[in-house]
Design a protein around this ligand. Structure first.
Ligand SMILES: [Zn+2]
Ligand SMILES: [Zn+2]
Length: 264
């Protein structure tokens, strides 16, 4: 695959190495497009866990600087991975409307300020029961879909990260969500980071990707790199999975507009 639309930077406080190292890695792999999709995470309390609001302009213009510097070698897009938080939609909208990002990704990592994708949570004794966890997670995704500030849903089924599986089937709820995704004409991300997580699988499952195909939903792809070595990793596996669901194209974004990219 020739794109990687999910790359972090040290601004999120848990990624390593400068932007130029990620770019050089992408160029060395022959990628045609990459997108920095760093976190913006605000808790219910208002505490910001990612780059702060006053760091967003620096981040945005740094990406633009590198996009220009490397324009003959690779297309570099500016994006944000925003944690959905119902209590802070006004701030999220303000950020999205202030900067001319190419793409806004939306994620659910937190349920009531509990980081359900952290190792600390996975080890804690007060983990949610799987049925409750899945119910709450997909309920959040459904709520998120009543807003329009994003173009892409990141790691759609990351709730499976620590191999917790529900007894109850969530197929119907997932299909309802995908129905809304199709109506909104936004994209779903195929994220390879799950290969290194306990689940050892790509997000989302093939079954969900097949449902996306049925509903004519565009797919984008990203490594979720927090280190340059991870850029483009396991894309062969992702490509196989995506093609097996019948896709021949992925999508990219410019100025929040989606366009098709042939899979190579
Ligand atoms: Zn994420
Ligand atoms: Zn990410």
């Amino acid at each position: 695959m020739s794109i990687d639309y999910h790359i972090h930077t040290p601004l999120c406080n848990h990624a390593r190495e400068g932007m130029d190292k990620y770019i050089k890695k992408a160029v060395s792999l022959g990628l045609k497009e990459i997108c920095f999709l760093d976190h913006f995470t605000i808790c219910d309390s208002g505490k910001i866990l990612s780059m702060n609001t006053n760091e967003i302009p620096m981040y945005f213009y740094a990406v633009k600087y590198f996009a220009d510097k490397y324009k003959k070698k690779i297309k570099i897009k500016a994006g944000l991975e925003i944690d959905f938080n119902l209590k802070h939609i006004d701030l999220i909208n303000k950020i999205v409307n202030t900067y001319n990002f190419d793409v806004i990704g939306s994620s659910v990592h937190f349920l009531n300020d509990i980081n359900i994708v952290s190792r600390k949570y996975a080890k804690s004794a007060c983990r949610f029961d799987a049925d409750i966890l899945y119910h709450k997670y997909y309920q959040q995704l459904e709520k998120m879909l009543s807003f329009d500030y994003f173009d892409l849903i990141c790691h759609f089924d990351i709730v499976k990260k620590f191999n917790q599986y529900p007894v109850k089937s969530f197929k119907k709820q997932i299909n309802n969500i995908l129905e809304k995704v199709a109506l909104k004409n936004i994209a779903i991300e195929v994220n390879t980071s799950g290969i290194y997580h306990p689940v050892s699988a790509i997000y989302p499952d093939l079954e969900i990707i097949k449902e996306c195909k049925k509903k004519n939903i565009s797919l984008c792809a990203g490594s979720d790199a927090h280190h340059p070595n991870v850029v483009g990793q396991n894309f062969d596996l992702a490509k196989k999975l995506i093609k097996s669901a019948g896709y021949s194209h992925l999508c990219g974004f410019k100025n929040r507009k989606k366009y098709e990219i042939a899979m190579t």
